[in-house]
Design a binder for this molecule. Structure first.
Ligand SMILES: [Zn+2]
Length: 252
């Protein structure tokens, strides 16, 4: 039951996060105008706004004009629903489930805003940063909160150093301010050691996309945020085996 409940909750939040990611970077209100068809401006009724369900019932088309609805919407709703359920599957009724859900939430918003506008919104970073810190407090008290903040600031300094070098090597802006702020969240969530690993791992998973951008001449810029947050979530999920491997290497 709880899996279905979390899945449905995830699809609803996924739909909401998509609106935030699409509207906030261009300073549009989240509530006005109401959701509408981009083609005929037809305002969507409540039954056309049910995540996943409406898309399937309407066979992916606008009820008014028949224009195709972007597959992005149901895919994001499906993804968020699955990842919410997966979080509970991995951690059960614990605070780690909450942290995982917060990370998934940030992930979805960053995917939308960074791929579309090359923007990582401050608001969600701040809100989920605070929520993660509050959860840390319940997990390990004020010590845990302070260590997390320290790790966040240290990882931010590392990102600054990378940006400083990158800007000089490439002679242009190499990392955006959003990426540096996201590094704080990375440090807060998994600490300095795993945070550094997440940074390195992010550049590995970004590599295929970077090659694709270069080979297809799709422009100079590429978002890094989606890869950073994906890497962070994976490192959070696999924290235990990764820590074991690090310790093994340190032991040798
Ligand atoms: Zn329409």
């Amino acid at each position: 039951m709880i899996y279905i409940y979390l899945f449905i909750l995830g699809t609803i939040f996924g739909s909401f996060y998509t609106v935030i990611g699409l509207r906030k970077p261009v300073n549009e209100s989240i509530i006005k105008p109401r959701s509408h068809c981009e083609n005929c401006q037809h305002t969507l009724k409540w039954y056309e706004l049910i995540p996943l369900f409406s898309y399937i019932i309407q066979k992916g088309k606008c009820r008014n004009c028949g224009e195709k609805i972007s597959l992005m919407y149901p895919l994001i709703e499906l993804l968020t629903g699955c990842l919410f359920s997966l979080s509970y599957f991995l951690y059960g009724f614990t605070f780690n489930t909450l942290i995982s859900i917060f990370l998934v939430s940030l992930l979805v918003i960053i995917y939308v805003s960074d791929f579309k506008y090359f923007v990582i919104l401050d608001g969600p970073l701040f809100i989920f940063g605070i929520l993660i810190l509050v959860t840390k407090f319940f997990l390990g008290g004020i010590d845990s909160v302070l260590t997390s903040i320290l790790a966040g600031l240290l990882l931010m300094s590392v990102m600054f150093a990378i940006k400083f070098l990158g800007d000089r090597i490439f002679k242009r802006e190499s990392l955006g301010g959003g990426d540096i702020k996201l590094a704080i969240i990375m440090g807060i969530t998994v600490g300095l050691k795993l945070g550094l690993i997440a940074l390195v791992f992010a550049s590995f998973i970004a590599l295929p996309y970077a090659c694709y951008i270069l080979l297809t001449n799709k422009g100079e810029e590429m978002p890094l945020g989606p890869f950073l947050i994906t890497s962070l979530w994976l490192v959070f999920i696999f924290a235990e085996p990764i820590t074991k491997i690090i310790n093994l290497f340190l032991y040798i």
